[in-house]
Design a protein around this ligand. Structure first.
Ligand code: MG
Ligand code: MG
Length: 253
C-alpha cells in the first residue's frame, strides 16, 4: 500500500530533506585524499544531531554508520571505516538520511577525490543526468515505468549500465515504503503516478556490467566486474504544483 502524503506531511518532509541535503554538503566539503570514511561519517552524524534530527541509517538493519560510504567499484552500502582512506583519483559515494519529527530524508551523491579519470567524470555526470531525466518523466498521470525508462535511456545512450538488483523506494515515516522505484522500465507500464507520492529516486550506474555482488561483510555491494559505479539520489515529492526535490539544497550538486 502506498502512503500518500498531504501538504502538511510534505512540509514536514522538507525539513528532514533539507537536513539530509546539508549533511551531504558537509561531507562533500571534507572529501580529499588522506581522509578516512570514518571521519566523514562522524561529521555527518554530528551535523544531523546538531540539527535536532537522528541519523536514519545508524542502526537501520544493524548498519553501524550514519552514512553508507562506497568507493570506486563499491556500488552502495559501504561501511565507514578508520582504515578506508580516500586516494587521489577515487570516486566516493556518500548516501545518508535524517529523521526529523518522524519523517525521513534519503539522499546520495558521488564525489570525485582530486583529479579523476575522464571515464569517472563522465560516469558521475551521466548518473546525475539520468536522475533528472527521471524527474522530467515524474508527472501526474504518467506511470512508474516512464520514470525508469527515462533514467535507463540516458544511461544506455552513454554506454553505461543501470543496476537492477537495487532500486529506489517510497519514503515517509519509514525509510523504505511502497512502491519500489526501479531505475529501468517500460514506458506506459507500472503504477500510475499521483499527487502525494514521495519517492527516493536513486540511479546506480555502472561503467561495465549491471551485475553486482554482496561482500561477506553482509553490507558492501560491489560491481561484479570491478569497474566503477556511481549513485545519485534525492527524496522527491510529487504534488499538484509539480515535483519538489526535498533533499536538494544546492543547485547543480
Ligand atoms: Mg539513500
Ligand atoms: Mg534510498
Amino acid at each position: 500500500m502506498i502512503h500518500l502524503k498531504n501538504s502538511a506531511q510534505i512540509a514536514a518532509m522538507k525539513d528532514a530533506g533539507r537536513i539530509t541535503g546539508e549533511a551531504l554538503l558537509v561531507a562533500r566539503d571534507m572529501v580529499r585524499p588522506g581522509i578516512t570514511t570514518y571521519e566523514i561519517d562522524e561529521a555527518i552524524r554530528r551535523y544531523i544531531e546538531k540539527c535536532g534530527a537522528k541519523p536514519a541509517f545508524l542502526g537501520y538493519g544493524g548498519f553501524p554508520g550514519s552514512a553508507c560510504i562506497s568507493i570506486n567499484d563499491e556500488v552502495i552500502h559501504g561501511i565507514p571505516s578508520k582504515t578506508r582512506v580516500l586516494q587521489e583519483g577515487d570516486i566516493v559515494k556518500i548516501d545518508t538520511g535524517a529523521t526529523y519529527r518522524g519523517y525521513v530524508g534519503d539522499s546520495a551523491r558521488t564525489i570525485p577525490v582530486g583529479k579523476v579519470s575522464e571515464t569517472a567524470r563522465k560516469l558521475i555526470e551521466v548518473t546525475r543526468d539520468s536522475f533528472w531525466a527521471g524527474i522530467e518523466a515524474l508527472q501526474i498521470g504518467n506511470r512508474l515505468g516512464d520514470v525508469g525508462a527515462a533514467i535507463d535511456g540516458v544511461v544506455r545512450q552513454n554506454g553505461f549500465s543501470t543496476v537492477r538488483r537495487y532500486v529506489g523506494h517510497g519514503i515517509g515515516t519509514d525509510m523504505h515504503e511502497s512502491p519500489d522505484v526501479p531505475n529501468y522500465g517500460t514506458p506506459g507500464r507500472g503504477i500510475r503516478l499521483c499527487a502525494g507520492m514521495v519517492l527516493a529516486i536513486e540511479p546506480m550506474v555502472n561503467v561495465g556490467t549491471f551485475e553486482v555482488k554482496e561482500l561477506s561483510d553482509g553490507w558492501t555491494v560491489k560491481t561484479l566486474d570491478g569497474q566503477l559505479s556511481a549513485h545519485y539520489e534525492n527524496t522527491v515529492a510529487l504534488t499538484s504544483e509539480g515535483v519538489l526535490i526535498l533533499t536538494e539544497v544546492e543547485k547543480g550538486f
